[in-house]
Design a protein around this ligand. Structure first.
Ligand code: SF4
Length: 502
């Protein structure tokens, strides 16, 4: 018999990369399938708190145990509360987590998120912590239920794991060898998302463009992009992250020739020095990287290209660093996620002598200054252009009285746009056409509506679905519009050390 009174609340706190964000959606879906309800938006505690951890940064463990320390006192005041820890750090630290934080109820890994509700139940029943880690993937995460945070946009995982051995990266040991989903399964999931109102999908993989390696088709990724182009109602397709070594021209052709594949590319560079790339065990060289960029730009002149860069890898000399600066200048990145190298236990580079902190900091600042200039120049190129934006959720009216809303242009650049006086606000997921009036360092301003310039709204199925979800919320007394559409936050990758900016 179903217990209809069982409706504890849950909350998933996500640390780390986009793969974790996607896994968290599955954790939420699994918990809802088991009768839990989401804690109200903004709540920081619930009956079940799940922390989906990251093992990328040196301070990841400090952050986790800090989080757990705070939760210990909350739990002491809240009988029956449960705490679960999943993700990469859980996969790595396993039982050590309950030794250091005995108030944790469940520890599960990256390969078995499907068992989360069962482990919570078992921990409750046995009144003892449950630690369960699998060494390899049993169920492909995308086949699990999911509670998506957005209606207009969805993440679709096409592969998990990685066959490379970058010396700074913990992914291969925590996420295992690459596993590819079959194209039919991926396309069916995209179609299902589109039927629920999504107009944008982002294909996810640690190494998206080596997709097909498991079933022996090197052209599989380009074919998948083209197949996405056939899906009725799908307006924007993105992917993250490709590896430069596996990047082939058929992908560039597929991007350029498939109208709904957006001109945006997040391709980790990590270093511009061939010597450092070799030490990182990344098998491409700067020439190859720049060649890809050149061909992407030749095929898609407005492509927004973003990247990840590590500064201060052990052994990096000033000369090596200048190579990175050279490649950054030449690449004209729209933006770059820059990281100071931090050694992570369990990676080959952990054994190497780190550079002095002051040296790394000084290089890091030089790199940021260069990239800021390049980013601003990229923004300013767009002034005067008319663009179609997908309206974001939650941005609302910025700057108070300037009544601006936010959207993303095809390359994924963030644009704040003004509404004509008295105009009804477009809904998240609707498309708005406006002209750019100002290029700021990390966003564009499009105030054309204020001086009688272009302003047009194209209502989309995503907007309709957002309206429907909102009226459902009202009907059910939920009162939250927070499940509405939003585009994925700016360009983010999966490859280590890509992290979401907090
Ligand atoms: S950095 Fe990316 S390509 Fe390299 S091992 Fe990690 S996941 Fe694989």
């Amino acid at each position: 018999m179903t217990d209809t009174t069982f409706a504890p609340t849950y909350l998933v706190r996500t640390l780390g990369c986009q793969m974790n964000v996607h896994d968290s959606e599955h954790m939420a879906g699994l918990l809802e399938g088991a009768g839990y309800t989401a804690a109200p938006e903004g709540a920081d505690v619930a009956d079940v708190v799940v922390i989906n951890t990251c093992a990328v940064r040196e301070n990841a463990a400090t952050r986790l145990y800090g989080n757990l320390g705070q939760l210990a006192s909350v739990k002491a005041e809240r009988p029956g509360m449960q705490i679960a820890v999943g993700g990469c750090l859980a996969q790595k630290d396993r039982g050590e987590i309950v030794t250091r934080a005995p108030w944790v109820d469940v520890v599960f890994g990256t390969h078995n998120i499907d068992v989360l509700p069962v482990l919570l139940e078992r921990a409750r029943h046995n009144a003892a912590a449950q630690v369960e880690i699998e060494e390899s993937l049993k169920v492909f995460p995308s086949t699990l239920p999911s509670r998506r945070d957005a209606i207009a946009s969805g993440w679709v995982s096409i592969s998990v794991g990685c066959n490379n051995t970058c010396t700074f990266c913990i992914v291969p040991s925590l996420r295992g060898k690459e596993r590819d989903r079959r194209p039919g399964e991926i396309l069916a999931e995209i179609e299902a998302l589109v039927s629920q109102g999504a107009v944008e999908v982002t294909l996810l993989g640690q190494n998206v463009n080596s997709y097909g390696v498991e079933f022996g088709d090197r052209g599989a990724f380009a074919k998948l992009l083209r197949a996405c182009g056939e899906i009725e109602g799908l307006e924007r397709v993105r992917f993250t992250s490709p590896h430069p070594a596996a990047f082939t021209d058929d992908v560039i052709e597929a991007m350029a020739e498939t109208p709904n594949v957006m001109p945006s590319l997040h391709m980790p560079l990590q270093s511009g020095s061939d010597r450092v790339l070799r030490a990182m065990r990344r098998s491409y060289r700067s020439d190859r990287y720049l060649g890809i960029i050149e061909r992407v730009r030749a095929a898609m002149p407005d492509a927004a290209i973003t990247t990840d860069i590590i500064v201060g890898f052990p052994g990096e000399t000033e000369e090596d660093f200048l190579e990175t600066m050279r490649v950054v200048e030449a690449s004209r990145f729209t933006s770059a996620f820059t990281f100071q190298y931090s050694p992570r236990p369990g990676t080959p580079a952990y054994e190497l002598e780190p550079l002095p902190k002051a040296v790394v900091q000084e290089r890091f600042e030089r790199l940021i200054a260069l990239q800021e200039r390049v980013t601003l120049e990229d923004s300013q190129r767009f002034v005067g252009r008319t663009l179609e934006l997908m309206v974001l959720d939650g941005g609302g009216r910025k700057d108070g009285d300037s009544a601006r809303m936010s959207g993303r242009e095809p390359g994924n650049r963030l644009v704040h746009f003004a509404l004509p006086e008295g105009a009804e606000a477009p809904r998240p997921g609707d498309m708005v056409t406006v002209r750019v009036t100002h290029g700021a360092p990390h966003h564009l301003i499009a105030d054309s509506a204020l001086d009688g310039g272009p302003y047009a709204v194209r209502r989309t199925r995503a907007g309709d679905a957002w309206d429907a979800a909102r009226s459902d919320d009202h009907d059910h007394g939920g009162g939250s519009c927070g499940t509405g559409a939003s585009a994925p936050a700016g360009p983010v990758g999966l490859g280590i050390p890509t992290l979401r900016r907090a």
